[in-house]
Design a protein around this ligand. Structure first.
Ligand SMILES: *Cc1c(COP(=O)(O)O)cnc(C)c1O
Length: 542
């Protein structure tokens, strides 16, 4: 850039006309190596040893030129997934809307701190606007919220609110030892860690076994409530699944609420637990709640069924207390863009240490102090900016269409897979859009001494090695102990996560490329050119 003053640059950004906005976006695309659909899912990387690298790294006394520093800096992305590649099918990793990236860049130029509005300007208002509009989707008119770094923190805020509600003195005196948290067996693995961080203890997190379709087994839920109460425990929170990455576990919110509250009543208990929906993925379905117009979309019956089924399970949300949203999963935003949403302003009181009481007066510019209830003091603002921009850019109908298109893309993958006898889709029942499948390795199983699971793991490593070399092959994942239904046998399966809508145009090339890798793997294995390590692999995180 020429020598423009900051004010000039700022003006260019803020008064961006079509041309310089386009230039900015095209610069961003350049940074991403934008190269049509032929871009490999990973930027290439070679193995390195952390200690060796660290011993070579020294901080120079003299500073260096931007050019040199930024050129070297670029290499820190070696080995990173390129979410804009249609071959990046590893997990729910979106390619963010470039508008959100532009918004984040601006936010950083202003160096906005969202700890309080004196620093953050209207950013704290935008945080509440995002929160209120998300709450409105499910009929909460006074929703408030907190922008935070990830779905795990939405759970942390939920359980913290629950503790404060059951034990108001805990905010000053510490957590009592009789609190328990109930959640679905297939809820995210971090719930225990959150209980541990908050001082409830991970052992006080009780997982309710799931029924066949991964909803909580409601009879078991009732038994667990009875059992815990008989032990003198207090149920602080009930964390329902609101969609999970694999199998899309989603509890019925109305049923769960009714069973828990009625059982407590029968037992003579007078308190109400905090009900939270871990909807970091399932929030996308909320966009259909406010209107019935999803019925008017021209969609395949199976897609319509999947959407309607989830909506039905969300009707109890009017009785719930909070939910979570991960815009960095299926909201087209970059990391970290999550929101913890509660039904009322009460959260501002329950989350602070008991020394403040929020009143209407605190709700004026210059008075609003988020740091009293957030876990950080200084707090990043990019999450607020990107969520705000994504919601405005897409609107409710944009997110409805996004969900429909994800489901349709998944269906297209599924249909296309039928033409590949070596690939067998096995998760027809999931209400999500992930693809879980098996690969037929019968030929190599019969002709080598490897076990079936060795071969399955060996293949994914073979495939990942290619991706690490920067080759144009699909970056998929695998699930070592996959179960179609809660009561099915475990098996090793592969996971293909379509999330970039551009993958839709490349389905055949993607599947053909996968078949090519399979053929190469089989050939190398049979010729002894590839040896599978017998060491047990660490299980990928669920
Ligand atoms: C991803 C996920 C989380 C954790 O979210 P992070 O953004 O990784 O912190 C929690 N719950 C569910 C259901 C998730 O899918």
């Amino acid at each position: 850039m020429e020598n423009k003053s900051f004010l000039e640059l700022e003006n260019e950004f803020l008064n961006a006309n079509e041309t310089n906005y386009e230039t900015f976006l095209s610069k961003l695309r350049e940074v991403l190596d934008y190269d049509g659909n032929q871009i490999a899912p990973k930027s290439p990387i070679t193995d390195f040893n952390y200690e060796e690298e660290l011993s070579k790294h020294i901080l120079a006394y003299e500073g260096e030129e931007s050019k040199t520093v930024l050129k070297d800096f670029r290499t820190i992305f070696d080995g990173a997934i390129r979410p804009h590649s249609p071959y990046a099918l590893f997990n729910m990793l979106p390619s963010p809307l470039l508008d959100t990236v532009a918004a984040n860049t601006l936010t950083q130029l202003y160096n906005v701190n969202s700890l309080m509005d004196d620093f953050g300007g209207r950013v704290l208002l935008a945080e509440q606007q995002v929160s209120r509009s998300l709450g409105k989707l499910i009929g909460w008119d006074e929703a408030t919220g907190i922008s935070c770094n990830g779905g795990k923190l939405t759970l942390l805020y939920a359980i913290k609110s629950a503790i404060a509600k059951q034990a108001p003195r805990s905010t000053k005196e510490g957590v009592p030892s009789n609190l328990v948290v109930l959640t679905n067996e297939s809820a995210h693995y971090c719930v225990e860690h959150v209980c541990s961080i908050l001082g409830i203890g991970s052992k006080q997190c009780i997982r309710v076994p799931a029924q066949k379709d991964w909803q909580m087994d409601y009879d078991k839920l009732k038994e667990i409530v009875q059992e815990q109460v008989s032990k003198g425990k207090k149920i602080a929170a009930v964390i329902c699944c609101g969609g999970t990455t694999i199998n899309f576990a989603h509890d019925n919110t109305d049923k769960t609420h009714t069973i828990v509250t009625e059982t407590l009543k029968e037992l003579g208990e007078t308190y109400l637990p905090h009900f939270h929906l871990d909807s970091v993925i399932g929030w996308l379905w909320f966009n259909f709640n406010s209107e019935d117009d999803y019925l008017s979309f021209d969609v395949e019956d199976s897609v319509r069924y999947k959407i309607e089924e989830v909506i039905k399970r969300q009707v109890g949300m009017e009785k719930f207390d909070s939910f979570g949203v991960d815009f960095h999963k299926n909201g087209l935003c970059p990391y970290s863009t999550s929101f913890f949403i509660t039904k009322s302003k009460e959260a501002f009181n329950s989350l602070n240490d008991g020394s403040y009481s929020y009143s209407d007066e605190d709700y004026h510019y210059g008075k609003f102090r988020a740091y009293r209830y957030t876990i950080e003091n200084s707090r990043p603002t990019m999450g607020i900016s990107s969520a705000y921009v994504a919601l405005r850019r897409l609107g409710i109908s944009g997110f409805q269409k996004y969900l429909i298109e994800l489901q349709e893309m998944s269906l297209q993958f599924k249909n296309a897979m039928e033409n590949y006898p070596k690939l067998k889709l096995i998760n027809d029942y999931s209400l999500g859009w992930e693809i879980v499948f098996l690969i037929d390795f019968q030929k190599v199983i019969e002709n080598t001494t490897y076990s079936e699971s060795n071969i399955a793991q060996g293949f994914i490593h073979y495939c990942w090695n290619k991706c690490n070399k920067g080759e144009l092959v699909p970056l998929i994942s695998f699930v070592p102990a996959y179960k179609v239904h809660a009561n099915s046998a475990e098996r090793t399966a592969y996971l293909l996560y379509p999330i970039n809508l551009a993958s839709k145009y490349e389905i055949e090339s993607i599947l053909n490329a996968l078949l090519d890798v399979i053929a190469e793997f089989e050939k190398d294995l049979l010729n002894g050119d590839y040896i599978i390590s017998q060491k047990a692999m660490e299980k990928p995180i669920r």
